[in-house]
Design a binder for this molecule. Sequence first.
Ligand SMILES: Nc1nc2c(ncn2[C@@H]2O[C@H](COP(=O)(O)OP(=O)(O)O)[C@@H](O)[C@H]2O)c(=O)[nH]1
Ligand SMILES: [Mg+2]
Ligand SMILES: [Zn+2]
Length: 295
Amino acid sequence: MREGIIVRGRGGFYTVRQQDGEEFVLRAKKKFRRQGMSPLVGDRILFTPGTVGEEDGWIEEILPRKSQCLRPPVANVTLLCIVAAPRPAPDWLLVDKLLIFARKQGLRPLLIINKSDMEPAGETASLARCVYADAETEVLSVSAREKTGLEELRQLLSGEICCFSGQSGVGKSTILNALFGLSQETGDISRKIQRGKNTTRHAELFTFGDIQVIDTPGFSLLEMDEVFDPVLLRDYYPEFAPYAGQCRFSPCYHGSEPGCAVLQAAREGKIHPMRLEGYHTLLSDCRQAWRERYD
Ligand SMILES: Nc1nc2c(ncn2[C@@H]2O[C@H](COP(=O)(O)OP(=O)(O)O)[C@@H](O)[C@H]2O)c(=O)[nH]1
Ligand SMILES: [Mg+2]
Ligand SMILES: [Zn+2]
């Protein structure tokens, strides 16, 4: 049997690339369906090939996954690039949601502040470094337009399987184009057309030397719609960890409980107010969804 990685999947057919670059179009054995497993873009698999280019080979085994997302459906992503920019104005709550998503899926997050050319003093990047200083999130400032910071970015992406996420218009496509010389549609004119396309566009894995990127619209459209116990939310905030077990009540949601060590730390300036405020917003969303979960 041979080994390869799934680079796209469409209508029950999977395109698989071998190490040497040769591609095969395969179908999945019925056993996967019985096991409730479906092959995902990014999966490393074992296969028996048909004739090259013909659709008569089979996926035999799916190798153990490093990570797995259901929405968007991709496997083995290791790095989630979250892109923000001075304009459109950063949606920090979306960044927080994406960080939670990354931690839940076991992906390392990287916060990229693009369009540094718009801000000679780098206010947005400075703010991001300050807000996320204790959130175990690396912050990198780049300009896709002026091609600054790209070499450093390339080094951070090296050896990873990456996905790009963030608001529309922050420059995700422009960054990919600048890094890899792609010619993805960017900008305002194409956005209208793209929006229509995006809804039907499938995930696809690209390889550029030792960097792999899965391009999928799923991460930009990401909403934290998964319902989970609100008490778990605090575990996704590394800046709360030093105060674990120090609150008067247990469990403490760090909402408005008296004797809360996290709220006290925030009052003392040890936790960034934007992170706490965002946490409180997400906590109340999460509580409401949890209450309504059986409706
Ligand atoms: N000034 C500036 N504009 C940029 C930069 N990167 C992207 N843009 C512009 O921002 C707009 C949106 O970029 P696009 O890549 O389509 O964003 P996406 O929706 O995140 O894929 C386009 O008009 C780009 O030309 C940058 O580094 N500096
Ligand atoms: Mg784009
Ligand atoms: Zn507390």
